[in-house]
Design a protein around this ligand. Structure first.
Ligand SMILES: C[S@@+](CC[C@H](N)C(=O)[O-])C[C@H]1O[C@@H](n2cnc3c(N)ncnc32)[C@H](O)[C@@H]1O
Length: 334
């Protein structure tokens, strides 16, 4: 096949590599290799797979550096592959399973339809993502795990690079299972936290925060941020929240936060901020997913966030880079 443009063909091959990765995650290949090398036949048996088909996927995974040969027809996990073990500290298995979930595949495959119609093909087929998740507890848990795993790349940056010393209580709006709040509270022992999210997510947040030993420093409140959000916080964090919503909805959420916060309070938006140039950027990749999955969701530039904040009675005060493409936008009442 002619490789006239490596980047182009690399993107095309990325589809095969992701499908192999998804197969590895779904079949639990890393878990079955966790205790040492295994032959193809044995692995197929453990995974409940066809050995001939599995062998071909293992060959692709070896090319990706996730699996290595070990003896005659044996396979072992590499260090990189071990990140797919369910018990790895920062396991990426749930994230891959979530991104390969039927609806997400459908959404990306139907991006041309979304672009033709201007309406999310996912939303037309499956409804709003968060209603879809509320009706599917197992997928919802995968999503929350995916949110936690992807946040590992920047939560340390948040705890280290933002000064929480003046904050008594942080309210984590739509905080998922509470992984970001937990990191901030663990780094700031004098602080208290409030985790706010939809009812079905609040349940897993109680479990997670309890497991982190934070039950007595954290309240978990279930609710809808379009109605109201808990009052009395010094800092309101909205991590990867506004990018799920169009401008009118995003301003409604921000206005509810503005109403609930004290005049001395601060709002922190944790988002991937789009650059103004044409270089490749994580935010532009993420924006394809926002476009495919939601009606209205969009990644924004610093200036676009400033405009939203302004409409909600807030003003952008600072932007702190957290690493891994994530930025923290600090805002105060205007
Ligand atoms: C992209 S996730 C971000 C989770 C977390 N902040 C993080 O960064 O890991 C968006 C969150 O918004 C929550 N959410 C969606 N609609 C909501 C609503 N109407 N009220 C409160 N939370 C909502 C979802 O349940 C989900 O946990």
């Amino acid at each position: 096949m002619p490789h006239s443009d490596d980047l182009l063909w690399d993107a095309v091959s990325g589809l095969s590599r992701f499908a192999a990765l998804l197969t590895m995650a779904e079949l639990g290949v890393a878990d079955h290799l966790a205790h040492g090398p295994v032959t193809t036949e044995e692995l197929a048996e453990r995974c409940g797979a066809d050995s001939h088909a599995l062998r071909r996927v293992l060959r692709e995974l070896a090319g990706m550096g996730l699996i290595r040969e070990a003896g005659a027809d044996g396979h072992d996990l590499t260090e990189r592959g071990a990140a797919l073990r369910s018990d790895a500290p920062d396991s990426i298995r749930s994230s891959i399973r979530m991104l390969g979930e039927e609806g997400f595949w459908y959404a990306m495959g139907n991006l041309p339809t979304t672009v033709r119609t201007g309406r999310s093909a996912f939303a037309a087929q499956y409804g709003h993502l968060y209603e879809h998740l509320a009706a599917r507890p197992e997928t919802s848990r995968l999503f929350d795990d995916y949110m936690r795993a992807r946040a590992v790349t920047f939560t340390d940056g948040l705890a280290k690079r933002y000064d929480f010393s003046r904050a008594g209580t942080m309210v984590d709006i739509a905080g998922g299972k509470g992984h970001i709040l937990a990191t901030v509270l663990q780094a700031n022992p004098g602080m208290r936290g409030v985790l706010f999210d939809l009812e079905h997510v609040a349940e897993s947040a109680r479990e997670w925060l309890g497991g982190e030993g934070l039950a007595d420093r954290c309240d978990v409140v279930a609710g809808d941020f379009f109605a109201e959000v808990p009052a009395g916080g010094d800092v309101y964090l909205l991590a990867s929240v506004l990018h799920n919503w169009g401008d009118d909805d995003a301003v409604r959420i921000l206005r509810n936060v503005r109403r609930a916060m004290a005049p001395t309070g601060r709002v922190l938006l944790l988002e991937v901020v789009l650059p103004d140039d044409e270089a490749p950027h994580l935010g532009k990749d993420l924006d394809m997913r926002m476009l495919a999955i939601f009606d209205g969701a969009v990644e924004r530039s610093r200036q676009e966030y400033a405009v939203l904040l302004d409409q909600a009675g807030l003003k952008l005060a600072d932007v702190v880079e957290l690493g891994a493409g994530a930025s923290l936008i600090e805002a105060v009442p205007s």
